[in-house]
Design a protein around this ligand. Sequence first.
Ligand SMILES: Cc1cc2nc3c(=O)[nH]c(=O)nc-3n(C[C@H](O)[C@H](O)[C@H](O)COP(=O)(O)OP(=O)(O)OC[C@H]3O[C@@H](n4cnc5c(N)ncnc54)[C@H](O)[C@@H]3O)c2cc1C
Length: 439
Amino acid sequence: MFWICLPVWKTEQLKRERQSSDGPGISAEYGEPGMSVSSDITIVGGGQAAARAFAAVRSLAPELPVTLFSEESHLPYERPPLSKECLREGGLSEPQLVIPDSDYRHPATDLRLGSRVIKIDRKKHRIETATGDSHSYGKLLIATGARARTLPDVSGGENILYLRNFEDALALADRLKFCRNLVIIGGGAIGTEIAAVAAERSITVTVIEAGSRLLARAVCQMTSDLLRDCHLSRGVRVRFNSAVKAVSDGSVSLNDGTEIAADLVVAAIGVVPNAELAEQSGLEVSNGVLTDNDCRTSDPDIYAAGDVANYYEPYLGRQFRSESWAEANMQGMRAAQAMLGLEVTKPVVPSFWTDQFGISFQMCGNVTSDDIEMRGNLASHQGAIVHLDGNRVVGATCLNNPREFRLLNRMIRDAAVLDRTAIRNQSQPLTESVIDAAA
Ligand SMILES: Cc1cc2nc3c(=O)[nH]c(=O)nc-3n(C[C@H](O)[C@H](O)[C@H](O)COP(=O)(O)OP(=O)(O)OC[C@H]3O[C@@H](n4cnc5c(N)ncnc54)[C@H](O)[C@@H]3O)c2cc1C
């Protein structure tokens, strides 16, 4: 366990200031002048959102006591490389950190790795860890992320691998080295990324998908079809509307009786938010911890960010639990601002990406809508799908097209109204299609 403890003098000073404080703020000593820094901050979770929240607090309130609890023994690290570089390169010597380890070395930082929080006592403002430690909090951020959903009721299920953390990725990378026939259960982003890497390594890959298309929850029909074609053209076999009944040594049996050779089986069937802590403490939970747009939960001293949070997303106009790197970063930063009582940065259009077979798929806004216009040459993996509500742009899916992705992102933010014919006209810039921008 790696601890950087708050020195006793600092704790005592904090206690004194807390006792002598008249108003809600302890002191502005910890932060920028005029900032209403109300109390010390505790972060539960050690991933993307936690690290970004930590970094934001450190930069906005350099001396404020911050305690971070993570059940993992690593400093917060990036998960996207785990299904890409790590598998491609047969492993990584160490995880890629979200922020440098030197950023945690600070006298007001108390870093508790390998420490799982098991209880939040909201009345006493205390949390408890699995090893029996108790810790008081002023403001608490829940950034516990999500875990891989496991397959229920499959005979031989103990032989199935999952991918969520660094150790999972190393184990999978190792097994792929000797794998000839890989079966992947689940045709979402993680499943298809693993399939792409394995196919590039000349492994025979079969993806078993319960639904009728790939990435069905996250993208529109057209994007699913493009992705399917990428996989099929590289030799990946995809079985739609199929379910696995049993996994045995050397094969997988489907519900319809089909047997598929498999010396390795991976399931990537989505995630479950780690919201039990919040739920047990009586916070409002429904597919994640419910928050407003600024990461506030139903308790004014508790915030939630990242994959565990089901937050109000203004661009989609509804509660939304994102499973995206960009959102986890942004929410971590915004939660930090909110906990410090600062004005919270305006929300950005939610986005995510996946890299497969050298094609970068970038998505933002409402990309499940099938009301679309297309530009570029999507069959050659270069172009944009513009998602519309009437003539207003609400989402963008771009293939190897970062420039138009940025442009469309701004147009969604500005609720731009576009001319559909002009969108399709590749000979003129996308900006020419704007009829009106409301914002
Ligand atoms: C393999 C993989 C590839 C991905 N690729 C992409 C991609 O290409 N593009 C994209 O947009 N997104 C991608 N993502 C998603 C992105 O990485 C996640 O959305 C992001 O990591 C979420 O950050 P988080 O901080 O909410 O959760 P996490 O990063 O999961 O961190 C949560 C942390 O909290 C810890 N924790 C949980 N419970 C407790 C507890 N009770 N006490 C203490 N600690 C606890 C966990 O162990 C974990 O360390 C990928 C995810 C994975 C797994």
